[in-house]
Design a protein around this ligand. Structure first.
Ligand SMILES: NC(=O)c1ccc[n+]([C@@H]2O[C@H](COP(=O)([O-])OP(=O)(O)OC[C@H]3O[C@@H](n4cnc5c(N)ncnc54)[C@H](O)[C@@H]3O)[C@@H](O)[C@H]2O)c1
Length: 472
């Protein structure tokens, strides 16, 4: 079933709610979602997990700009569904990354590029571009791509400033092009199911939300202390770099524009004054604390074998090979002591939001947690939802019987390998369908809605710095 049909299925629910039928109407709508005789499971929601197979009547050609981790996620979708998507050009300043992706997809020599700007020196030769370069290289290629008539799959964050985000929105409208922002959580069955339960009226009126993003301590050290997103000025503030997904999900579930936001938070731990005595600049320089430090690069990479995608290992997970990488530029930047990096991203961040419908939300991003995955609590007038990123429970105050949604996306073979709870490739599917049909309504994360949550993020960061409540 294509997304439009799916929306039609639940359209009765939305129409009922929109028509202002709060009591019996909501009850009737609810029955569309919850079958009579349901046990305590929500897994039978009339919410099929749509196949990742795209419904297209033609093949969509794309150029991948930035053949790193995310670029490969989308290129793999083309490998899985070659009748629908074909990679016809690749750009990456790292020659081996460009070569590897180009070889897999049979990209001809004349369409293998280094810097992104080279792509636009040749006449348009594809339907769309995938922009999966670092955060500071989204704006310029996106503006150029739109002007040349390409549709765009744009990695988040959209751009580094609110002004640039709005300029991209205006450019998309000016050239009438499709821009899908990779807010992949919107495409994850878990969040789709959670949102549909809210929309069904099962918790009455939504009053408030508590949402947390635990980053997980080693992930924090990898990405936001040592790694690519450590410097808020070179990339974007962490509320956008990491948590624009969360602001987007809050705006999407609450379904009302955000009016104001107040935020706080700081970098507490990862700075030189907190380095244990005698810690050298790199974990690999014989640090006396290596065996007890939870942030040891040697431990995270060679023993736990986490976050290895940055080392270009081609699947080789031999600890000696990983260690060799940690000793070799440019990979040796990941061997740096977490107390001796050029980082400024906060490791704890709290915020409170008020929405136009009067709903409130609190959001916190926490580095010091043993796990990742979002935690969400949704409070309604007649019910409550609590979820941990993979399963959620609905409590209806009237029936007092908890119901659980715990469908395992990994049980569906074709969803295996699609990250973000299945959202990565579900987004790719909708993008390919939208471009093939030239119909942006196939997308949940259009540029227009994505800009809204980015504006929330910029307002949060202004508030964190000024100490004032900011209007959105
Ligand atoms: N949607 C999500 O959930 C999600 C998750 C992680 C990262 N991201 C975002 O995706 C983007 C890419 O992240 P990543 O993890 O793939 O990073 P990455 O470093 O793995 O990939 C980026 C690639 O861009 C290449 N590049 C750098 N400068 C270039 C230039 N001038 N021209 C062409 N190529 C260039 C790099 O060599 C690298 O291969 C970032 O903006 C990041 O914030 C999104």
């Amino acid at each position: 079933m294509i997304r439009r049909d799916f929306l039609k299925t639940i359209g009765a629910v939305t129409a009922g709610a929109a028509a202002g039928i709060p009591a019996s109407g909501a009850q009737a709508a609810k029955s569309l979602l919850f079958q009579d005789g349901d046990d305590n499971s929500l897994n039978d929601l009339t919410l099929p997990i749509r196949s990742l197979r795209p419904q297209v009547d033609r093949q969509v050609s794309v150029i991948v700009i930035g053949a790193g981790s995310r670029g490969n996620v989308y290129a793999r979708y083309a490998e899985a569904w070659p009748f629908a998507m074909k990679v016809v050009g690749v750009s990456d300043i790292l020659e081996h990354r460009c070569r590897k992706m180009s070889d897999i997809h049979g990209v001809p020599a004349e369409h293998r590029f280094g810097d992104w700007s080279e792509v636009f020196k040749v006449p348009k030769f594809a339907d769309a571009v995938v922009i999966s370069t670092p955060d500071d290289l989204h704006y310029a290629p996106c503006m150029k791509a739109l002007a040349m008539g390409y549709d765009v799959l744009l990695e988040k964050p959209v751009a580094q400033t609110e002004k640039e985000c709005k300029a991209i929105l205006a450019q998309a409208h000016k050239y009438n092009r499709i821009v899908a922002v990779c807010h992949v959580l919107r495409y994850a069955p878990y969040f789709i199911a959670m949102r549909e339960v809210v929309r069904s009226g099962a918790i009455g009126q939504l009053v408030s939300v508590q949402h947390m993003e635990p980053i997980q301590y080693a992930h924090m050290a990898h990405s936001y202390v040592r790694g690519n997103w450590r410097d808020s000025k070179a990339t974007t503030p962490i509320i956008l770099a990491k948590s624009c997904h969360d602001l987007d999900i809050l705006r999407w579930i609450i379904d009302s524009p955000c009016k104001s936001i107040v935020a706080d938070g700081s970098l507490h731990l990862f700075k030189p004054e907190n380095a244990p005595e005698g810690a050298p600049l790199k974990c690999t320089d014989g640090c006396p604390h290596e065996s007890t430090c939870p942030y040891s690069a040697i431990d995270i990479y060679t023993r736990k074998k986490a976050h290895l995608n940055v080392f270009d290992l081609d699947g080789n997970r031999d600890p000696e090979v990983i260690m060799q990488r940690l000793l070799t530029p440019p990979y040796d930047s990941y061997a740096r002591c977490v107390y001796h990096c050029d980082n400024d991203q906060p490791d704890h961040y709290v915020s409170e939001m008020v929405f136009e419908g009067g709903q409130t939300a609190s959001f916190s991003m926490e580095a010091f947690a043993p796990y990742g995955g979002r935690r969400t609590r949704i409070m309604g007038t007649t019910g409550y939802i609590e979820g941990d990123g993979t399963q959620f429970t609905l409590w209806d105050f009237r029936t007092r019987t908890p119901k659980v949604w715990n469908k395992k996306v990994s049980d569906i073979p074709e969803y295996r390998g699609s990250g973000h709870g299945g959202g990565d490739h579900a987004l790719a599917r909708d993008f390919v369908e939208a471009v093939a049909a030239q119909d942006p309504s196939r997308l949940s994360s259009t540029i227009d809605v994505s800009i809204e949550s980015h504006v929330m993020g910029f307002a949060a960061e202004r508030s964190r710095r000024s100490g004032r409540k900011e209007k959105v």
